[in-house]
Ligand binder design. Structure first.
Ligand code: HEC
Length: 118
């Protein structure tokens, strides 16, 4: 039994290593293009943060993009009162469940309006 457990433990990483490598598309992003990053932050906060949280990030980190504390407070601080707070989603848990429910067309509709077409 112990040998079987050891064999399974060894086989798991081996099976993983034999899988095809994941091919990722190149993202046309230039992290040095500060104006583009600022525009992205504005779009995200205005359109996406209603449903998608950035709950590991605090509003004050937007200053790393060259946006002043006052600009963040005046223009980007929609889901919190203080700049040190997390960028949590504004929608209620109940509404989120409804939005993400299988068959819900809300997210499909919103994405069709907001996301660029391939
Ligand atoms: C009305 C709520 C809502 C808004 C606003 C919204 N999303 Fe979503 N989004 C969802 C839900 C729910 C899902 C998961 C279900 C799905 O894929 O349809 C999702 C999934 C995604 C995915 C993953 C799709 C996939 O195929 O796996 C991406 C990427 C995404 N959203 C980007 C965005 C961006 C960028 C914005 C802002 C421009 C945005 N969303 C605005 C609700 C929303």
């Amino acid at each position: 039994m112990r040998a079987l457990v050891a064999l399974l433990a060894l086989a798991a990483p081996l099976a993983f290593a034999l899988e095809e490598p994941v091919r990722l598309d190149a993202a046309p992003i230039d992290p040095r293009d500060v104006a583009s990053l600022q525009a992205g932050a504005r779009s995200f906060v205005n359109y996406c943060l209603n449903c998608h949280s950035a709950g590991m990030m605090r509003y004050h980190k937007l200053q790393d993009l060259g946006i002043s504390e006052q600009q963040v407070k005046d223009n980007l601080l929609f889901t919190a009162d203080k700049i040190g707070e997390l960028m949590n989603v504004s929608m209620t848990r109940k509404d989120a469940k409804e939005c993400a429910r299988p068959g819900s067309r809300l997210a499909v509709y919103v994405h069709a309006q907001l996301l660029p077409r391939p």
